[in-house]
Design a protein around this ligand. Sequence first.
Ligand SMILES: NC(=O)c1ccc[n+]([C@@H]2O[C@H](COP(=O)([O-])OP(=O)(O)OC[C@H]3O[C@@H](n4cnc5c(N)ncnc54)[C@H](OP(=O)(O)O)[C@@H]3O)[C@@H](O)[C@H]2O)c1
Length: 162
Amino acid sequence: MIVFVYARDAHYGIGKDNGLPWHLPADLRHFKRTTTGQTIVMGRKTFDSMGGPLPNRKNVVLTRSRSFQAEGAEVIHSLDDVLQLSKQEAIYVIGGAEIFALLWDICDKHIVTVIDEKFEADTFVPPLSEQEWELVETVPGPIDEKNRYPHEYRTYVRKQAK
Ligand SMILES: NC(=O)c1ccc[n+]([C@@H]2O[C@H](COP(=O)([O-])OP(=O)(O)OC[C@H]3O[C@@H](n4cnc5c(N)ncnc54)[C@H](OP(=O)(O)O)[C@@H]3O)[C@@H](O)[C@H]2O)c1
C-alpha cells in the first residue's frame, strides 16, 4: 500500500525555497502521529530540507545519485525500488512534488492537510479528481495563537473501478 501524507494550501502549493511556506505546528504534530512507527519515503530534496532523518520511523530517500549517503536513512534509486518496498510493507510517501508525481497514479490513499489560505509557493501538487478519489474523513485542525490558519485533515481513498 502507498499512502501520501502532505499539506497543501488553497492553491495547491506545498513548498517554497526548499521549505514549507507556512508555520503550522498542529500539522507537524498530526504528521508525527500519522507517520511514527511507519516507513516514510521521500525525495532527496525533501530529505535535505529536513536536515536529517525523522526519529522513530524508517527513513527511505529516493535519489538518482549513486554516491549519496545519509546516516539514519536507507537510499533507493528508482521507481522499481519503491514498488519493491511497497510490496513488502505499507509506505508513507511524504514528498516532495517530484516524488508525488512519480507515484500519483498508483498511490492508494491521500492523508492531506488542506490549509484555507494562499501562500507564496514554488512547488505544487495537482488537485484530486472527484471521479477517482473518495473523501472518507475530514477532521478540523485547531486554530489558536500558534496555529493561525484554518485547516483540516482529510483522508481520500481511491474509488474502485466499476
Ligand atoms: N507541504 C508538504 O507536505 C511537503 C512535503 C514534502 C516536501 N515539501 C516541499 O517540497 C519541496 C521539495 O519538493 P521537490 O519536488 O522539489 O523535490 P523532492 O520530490 O523532495 O526531491 C526530488 C529529488 O528526488 C530524486 N528523484 C526524483 N525522481 C526520481 C526517480 N525517478 N528516481 C530516483 N530519484 C528520483 C532526485 O534526487 P537527486 O537530485 O538526488 O537525484 C530529485 O532531485 C520543498 O519545498 C519541501 O519543503 C512539502
